[in-house]
Design a protein around this ligand. Sequence first.
Ligand SMILES: Nc1ncnc2c1ncn2[C@@H]1O[C@H](COP(=O)(O)OP(=O)(O)OP(=O)(O)O)[C@@H](O)[C@H]1O
Ligand SMILES: CC(C)(CO)[C@@H](O)C(=O)[O-]
Ligand code: BAL
Length: 282
Amino acid sequence: MRTIHSLKELRTILRGYRRQGKTIGLVPTMGNLHEGHISLVRKAVESADIVVTSIFVNPMQFGASEDLATYPRTLAEDQEQLEAAGNTLVFAPSADEIYPEGLAQQTRVVVPEVSDGHCGASRPGHFEGVATVVTMLFNMVQPDLAVFGEKDYQQLAVIRKMVRDLMVPVEILGGPTVREEDGLAKSSRNGYLNEQERAIAPAVYRTLKTTAEKLTNGRTDFRTLETEAEKALSEAGLRPDYFNIVNSLTLKPATESDRDLTLLVAAFLGTTRLIDNLSVSR
Ligand SMILES: Nc1ncnc2c1ncn2[C@@H]1O[C@H](COP(=O)(O)OP(=O)(O)OP(=O)(O)O)[C@@H](O)[C@H]1O
Ligand SMILES: CC(C)(CO)[C@@H](O)C(=O)[O-]
Ligand code: BAL
């Protein structure tokens, strides 16, 4: 496995693989890898000849008061896990390589509506930063397919919509959320939690499951269910950002006629913001 920092070198190597008729899979990440990321790499290894995992903490998707400076950077440990999973190339560019003009870069990719609510409402500009860097990564790697986690449900919806609208010739695959034994979705930011916060954190998934049960038992008072879920999160010691029951495809508020519903949640523990989701069919 090789690690490449320069775009020029990446392009040269990938051109060679393409000439040999190899298919290319991309797994975009921000590093500090865990089993969730590795499950996506394994999926890419099963689906493509060559797998490129990118590690880039993308400044464009962070708000001014967010954790860009402190986000964990653990390249050596990441490389070990990727090698064991059968990854071919690690692309770990610097911010200057990706944004030679800095964030003054004018061209942006915006996917309105699907980006608007939920995390998009709490993190203005976040999905514009994600859609822009993912488009750039697609142009740099020119993969046949790319794998994203369902843990970031709205992000996956934004990318699928962007790819459809712009006719981007990349197949998008989703990978299921990998969880800790107590149900907490694996996430790099879980590392910010102290012992007491870590003990409270499983309440996020517990609340998703309790609410999903109420839905499968026939409740359709969605807005009341959202309020009940936020109350349960607060009582467990979290500070809910949102708990929304939405149409799984449009991400708009669920209505009685919707069959496929997704429960989207974001909640704070101290300064750490956790997200999770669960889909139910009725
Ligand atoms: N538990 C998980 N299971 C499956 N995929 C995951 C999981 N966590 C993250 N991913 C996916 O890995 C890719 C890279 O995500 P990222 O590097 O932001 O990891 P993260 O752990 O979600 O980090 P953060 O805590 O900062 O949100 C995304 O497609 C994301 O959806
Ligand atoms: C897709 C992504 C790598 C773009 O920076 C990031 O949003 C992430 O890690 O989910
Ligand atoms: N996991 C999505 C990347 C972010 O939170 O910025």
